[in-house]
Design a protein around this ligand. Structure first.
Ligand code: LLP
Length: 418
């Protein structure tokens, strides 16, 4: 499904040599395949459409405007977590009614902006947020659709920093608190209850945590329905992972079967918020070797991409495959692939077996389409990686590289210091 293939001893994306793209746009550079995004979106859609499933792409995984426009054209809605992401989704052409606003800390300004834009569903994550929604909607004469995000107290069996389903995390509302709160929403003049939502974490590779969470969610939904309350939709969240060691996405057919088994004839509109599954495999980070270096017990390839471009290895001990773009046919040796940032934690890969590298060799850090570019920064005053999207065999620069002057211009020196 990935658009990256090895052909004539070189790595290509959608038929284009990555060497050519790197030569044209420079490195470090994110490269995405529109074909791979389209294929992944279509597969996910096919797996859930039969069960009245609707995709709300999680912008946090990749919010490049060209990527969003492509997904909007494919029919995707959006899952957003800030007023900024709302503006991106709307500007990309995603209809407001297809947007779900998640997140534990929406400000008054963000809620008002969501009301004004006619956002389709707000997922409230606390009783205090429901209070704020009612207060603001009453004061400003708005009406909105609100779902409650349930905390099902389920272990997602993923990295601790991205697990959100246990009761000791900041996410969602306990099952007990949801009952009175849902009744309260149903009685409010300014809210139409949209149902319940759940999201237990990210990079989940087995179906069991989803099943555990969804069974709890369904239980609560049926209890509410038994009371005569309207529960039109269940938002089942995102979280389906990809196998970073092989580049294979988690089993979508099994995922689809589980949905049919649990929700098959229960008459809920189902929402899905995938991010990683749609976009991770469709992107790679290209980076060039600056120097190679030998320490007494280690070898390093120092490359021009760093933790400020891709922070996942540093932050989550995440593994990304790293390949040479050209087949080198040099003997393999163990080495660390590190960036120029002044921290020992600045690495893209540790203890890798790689063909012997030399200065200028081009490497591709694979499965980097999700949570790569969106988490980049200019730490060490390094202009972060630019982004290219390949559409129909043509490479388009979709996020140009900032200059150091651009970065410096973001700061101001007060007159008192002049
Ligand atoms: N919906 C909600 C409410 C979420 O919080 C998230 C992810 C998603 C959907 C999308 O999850 P996905 O399908 O992409 O797993 N930066 C981390 C991942 C953080 C995920 C946060 N929430 C990483 O690089 O692994």
């Amino acid at each position: 499904m990935s658009g990256f293939t090895r052909d004539h001893n070189r790595l290509h994306v959608d038929g284009l040599p990555l060497e050519d793209i790197a030569a044209e746009f420079g490195t470090p550079l994110y490269v995405y395949s529109a074909d791979a995004i389209t294929a992944a979106y279509t597969r996910f859609h096919e797996a859930v459409a039969g069960a009245d499933g609707h995709i709300h792409f999680a912008l946090k995984a990749n919010s490049n405007m060209a990527v969003l426009r492509l997904l909007a054209r494919l029919g995707a809605g959006a899952d957003i977590v800030s007023g900024g992401e709302m503006q991106r989704a709307l500007a990309a052409g995603i209809a407001p009614e297809k947007i779900i606003f998640s997140g534990v800390g929406k400000t008054d300004a963000e809620l008002l902006a969501a009301f004004e834009a006619g956002i389709g569903q707000i997922n409230a994550e606390s009783p205090a947020e429901v209070d704020a929604i009612i207060r603001l909607a009453e004061a400003h004469g708005h009406h909105c659709r609100v779902a409650l995000r349930v905390n099902p107290d389920v272990d997602a069996k993923t990295h601790a920093k991205i697990a959100t389903g246990k009761s000791d995390t900041k996410f969602g509302i306990s099952m007990e608190d949801c009952l009175p709160l849902y009744r309260r929403m149903a009685e409010s003049q300014v809210i139409t209850p949209a149902g319940l939502a759940v999201h237990i974490g990210s990079q989940i590779m087995t179906l069991e945590p989803f099943e555990n969470a969804w069974v709890n969610l369904l239980d609560l939904a049926e209890t509410l329905r038994d009371e005569g309350l309207d529960v039109p939709g269940l938002d089942l969240g995102g979280g389906l992972g990809v196998d970073y060691t092989t580049g294979q996405p988690a089993d979508i057919n099994g995922f689809g079967d589980l949905i049919t088994r649990l929700f098959g004839n229960r008459q809920y509109r189902l929402g899905f918020e995938p991010g990683r599954w749609i976009i991770a495999e469709a992107g790679a980070l290209l980076t060039r070797v600056i120097y190679t270096k030998k320490a007494p017990s280690k070898q390093f390839a120092i490359v021009d991409g760093a933790m400020n471009d891709l922070i996942r290895p540093t932050l989550y001990e995440a593994y990304h495959r790293i390949e040479t773009v050209a087949d080198l046919n040099t003997p393999e040796e163990p080495l660390d692939i590190v960036g120029p940032v002044c921290e020992t934690g600045d690495y893209l890969g540790l203890n890798r077996m790689m063909p012997r590298l030399t200065d200028g060799d081009l490497l591709a850090v694979m499965s980097a389409g999700a949570y790569g570019a969106v988490m980049r920064s200019s730490y060490n005053t390094r202009p972060p990686a630019a982004e290219v999207l390949v559409i129909n065999g043509k490479a388009h620069l979709v996020s140009p590289r900032q200059s150091v002057a651009d970065l410096i211009a973001l700061d101001t020196i007060p007159d008192d210091l002049r």
